[in-house]
Design a protein around this ligand. Structure first.
Ligand code: HEM
Ligand SMILES: *[C@@H]1O[C@H](CO)[C@@H](O)[C@H](O)[C@H]1NC(C)=O
Ligand SMILES: *[C@@H]1O[C@H](CO)[C@@H](O)[C@H](O)[C@H]1NC(C)=O
Ligand SMILES: *[C@@H]1O[C@H](CO)[C@@H](O)[C@H](O)[C@H]1NC(C)=O
Length: 212
């Protein structure tokens, strides 16, 4: 019996790797109606991305980002290019019963300054603070293509897998009401393979509109 179960386990693991070694899974959010690809890290922070079915690679298409964070976490960040520097960073934290989204880009290993190349619109539905978590759902224009001729242009292919990264710290940010607040260095960072192809939304614009 033991040997039989062990064999089954091996087969399942192999099948998983044949399917593409993505660390994310498809997540349909009943509250907003978006279909996301989500990655949940060891701290229980969920990073979710939804893309329009019409999105094309190398086009600066709008995406929806949803981040759900245990209330004990001071700030959590998503790096759209999978590294700390030279890619859009979506940083979120709680401010009492509100959630703040801050657009940043790091140009070195120090507090990332504001980045106006990405513009967020927080959606009312899917954004809340409760006893255990804070969660934000926002559209982003500028999160799927970035860079310039000096640093090179990078884009997220909505039909493929890509590397994303996270960072978080337990310490609260310095001025929670201010989206330009400074904050202290991460307690932990991580990288993962995110499968954008399962995050396609046929009625993307209508779903954005109904959650506004
Ligand atoms: C006060 C703000 C921050 C400081 C001082 C800081 C500092 C650093 C330092 C010194 C490293 C290098 C660690 C090593 O090589 O061992 C690092 C790595 C890293 N940081 Fe930050 N960081 C900050 C904010 C952020 C934010 C907001 C993110 C966003 C998600 C982030 C994501 C990462 C990642 C993913 C790495 C791993 C290396 C890489 O993939 O680029 N950091 N950070
Ligand atoms: C802060 O919010 C303002 C108003 O919405 C916005 O223009 C600005 O880009 C935001 N700054 C950051 C760092 O997110
Ligand atoms: C609190 O928010 C989290 C994250 O959005 C959610 O998973 C959880 O179900 C919520 N708890 C309650 C009691 O609604
Ligand atoms: C969705 O809205 C954006 C503007 O916000 C527009 O560029 C795009 O063409 C729309 N997509 C569809 C399928 O209508």
């Amino acid at each position: 019996m033991r040997g039989f179960l062990a064999t089954l386990g091996t087969v399942a693991a192999l099948a998983g790797s044949v399917l593409g070694q993505s660390d994310s899974t498809k997540y349909v959010d009943a509250e907003t109606g978006f279909t996301f690809s989500q990655y949940v890290n060891d701290k229980g922070i969920a990073f979710r991305v939804a893309v329009p079915a019409t999105a094309k690679a190398n086009d600066n298409y709008e995406a929806v980002v949803q981040i759900a964070v245990p209330i004990s976490v001071g700030w959590a960040g998503l790096a759209w290019g999978g590294s700390m520097t030279y890619n859009p960073l979506t940083i979120v934290w709680a401010n009492g019963k509100d959630v703040v989204v801050s657009s940043r880009m790091a140009y070195g290993y120090f507090v990332p300054p504001a980045y106006d190349g990405a513009v967020y619109k927080v959606l009312k539905t899917g954004t809340h603070v409760n006893a255990t978590h804070y969660q934000v759902t926002a559209t982003c224009v500028g999160c799927t293509l970035w860079g310039d001729t000096d640093t090179g242009i990078t884009a997220i292919d909505p039909t493929a897998q890509g590397t994303l990264a996270f960072a978080y710290a337990a310490a609260p940010v310095t001025a929670p009401a201010n989206n330009a607040s400074t904050f202290s260095i991460h307690d932990l960072i991580g990288h993962w393979i995110h499968d954008f192809s399962v995050a396609s939304n046929a009625d993307f614009n209508a779903t954005v509109a109904k959650n506004q």
